[in-house]
Structure formats: structure tokens, C-alpha cells
Design a protein. Structure first.
Length: 136
């Protein structure tokens, strides 16, 4: 009889990972909203944290960050990376986890991709083709 693997290979994140990541995301949103971030690239930026992904052991978490407005998501990610120890310290007090995770910040380009798709769909030739399909 074959034993089932306890790993989650190819299955996506576990419920535990999803819950912990969402808990950390909410805490990071609160920290960003309430604290004065003293990094020149973050001054005046409205930062959004679209998603946090947790490693299986919950010791590493990657936050996908961007800004509402003209700021570059990579610039925001770089600024937040410089403040990692600050965020970990605040996170340790805000979230009840066995370990405070190591934080990694990546630019969230999903908003840019969605905007690009909207622009493509709004193009006259695409709109014409979509209208033709609706009539058929």
C-alpha cells in the first residue's frame, strides 16, 4: 500500500499558510497606514499590499507591494526592503505567530497587467471583433 505524501507539492498553499499570510498582510497594511516610514522613496506614497505568500514553514513571507499613483512598484519594494527590520519588529508585536517571519518585498505588477489588458480590450479593432461575436 502506498503512503500519502504529507507535502503539498503541486497543490498550492495550505490553509495554514493562507491564514498566516493574510494575517501578516493585514498587520503590514496597518503598520504602513499608521507609521511614519522614514525612507525617502516611500515619503508621500500610498502603498498597497496586494498579497502575502508564506513558505510552508511560515518562516519566510513575500509581500507584493505597489503604490497608488505614479510611484514605481520596484521603487516601493526597494524602500520597504530597506525597512525590513522595522517591519519585523512591529509585526512581532502585532501578530501572534510562533516565529516572526523573514519578510521579502516584491513589486506587485498585477495592477499594471490588468490595466494593460483593459487597454487591449478597449482598442478599436478588439472592440469591433468582440461586438461581431456578440451579434452572432
Amino acid at each position: 500500500m502506498k503512503r500519502k505524501s504529507r507535502g503539498h507539492e503541486g497543490q498550492g498553499p495550505s490553509q495554514r499558510q493562507l491564514r498566516a499570510a493574510e494575517l501578516v498582510r493585514h498587520a503590514l497594511v496597518e503598520i504602513v497606514a499608521r507609521e511614519d516610514l522614514r525612507d525617502p522613496e516611500l515619503l508621500g506614497a500610498s502603498i498597497t499590499i496586494g498579497e502575502v505568500r508564506a513558505s510552508p514553514d511560515l518562516k519566510h513571507m513575500t509581500a507584493f507591494v505597489s503604490a497608488l499613483g505614479p510611484n514605481d512598484p520596484q521603487t516601493i519594494a526597494n524602500g520597504m526592503t530597506r525597512l525590513t527590520s522595522f517591519f519585523r519588529g512591529r509585526l512581532a508585536r502585532a501578530v501572534d505567530l510562533r516565529f516572526t517571519p523573514e519578510l521579502h518585498f516584491q513589486p506587485d505588477v498585477s495592477y499594471e497587467e490588468a490595466r494593460h489588458i483593459d487597454q487591449l480590450l478597449a482598442a478599436p479593432e478588439v472592440a469591433r471583433d468582440l461586438k461581431r461575436e456578440d451579434e452572432e
